[in-house]
Ligand binder design. Sequence first.
Ligand code: CTP
Ligand code: MG
Length: 243
Amino acid sequence: MTERLHLLVPAAGTGSRAGTAQPKQYQTLAGQAMVCHTLRALLAVPGVSSLSVVVSPDDSRMAALLAADPVWAGVRVRPVGGASRAASVSAGLQALRGEGHSERDWVLVHDAARCLVQPEWIQALIQTCRHDPVGGLLAMPVPDTLKQADGQDRVQATLARADKWLAQTPQMFRLGDLWRALQAAGESVTDEASAIEALGLAPRLVRGHALNFKVTYPEDLALAEWVLAARSQIPIAHGEHRT
Ligand code: CTP
Ligand code: MG
C-alpha cells in the first residue's frame, strides 16, 4: 500500500459555547493546553506522514506554543483557517494539495477539541478503512432513547435508535475525494462525512469510544480534565476499563 496518511487538525474556532475567556483549544487542562493533549495522541499514531494544525491567520499563539518544546517539532502549523470548520478543513487540504501529495493519500481530520482521543482508537479506524473504497469515521451507536421535539421542548415522537450513530473524529477520506466533496458541499457541513455522503458515497462507521467526546460546553472542560488527571495518576490494571 503506497498511499500515505496525513493528519489534519482544525483548531481555528473560537469556542463560543465553552464559555472560556480564550479559544477553548488553549484552555489549560491537567497542566497543558487542550490542543497539546490532542496532538500528543496523534503523534503516537504509527505510520503517519504529516501532522498539520489549522489555525486562524491572526493566531500567533499556536506557533509560539509548539515552538516552546521540541516534542512538537513534527507538527506543521498552517495559519489558513476560515470562518467555518469546513472552510478551515478545506484550506488545510488545499495546503496539502499544494505540496504535491497524491490525490489518493488518506487524510484523517480530527477536531482539536476531542482531546481525549487515544492512538489505539485511531489505529482501529485506519485498519478498517485503509482498504475501503470510500473511507470512514469513528462514531458511537446512540445509547439513549431518542426524542424528537416539537419546537417547544415537548416530545413529538420517539425515534428508533438502533440505526443511529453519533459522528466523532477522526474522519478518514482520500485527499482528492474530500477536497472535491467539500468544494461541492460548501460551508454548512459540520463534518467531512456529510460532504462525502452528498456525493452519493457511504462512509464506513467504525466504533469509537464514549470518551472521544468533543469538548463543547463548560461541563465538558471539567469532565475532560478529570479524565486526563485520572489517566496520568492512576494506573489501571485491566485493559478493558482503560480510558
Ligand atoms: N474549527 C475550525 N475553524 C472554524 C471553526 C471550528 O478549525 N472556523 C475547529 C475548532 O477549533 C474545533 C473543531 O473545529 O477544534 C470543532 O468545532 P467546534 O467544537 O464547534 O469548535 P468552535 O467552533 O471553536 O466552538 P463553538 O462552535 O462553540 O464556537
Ligand atoms: Mg463551532
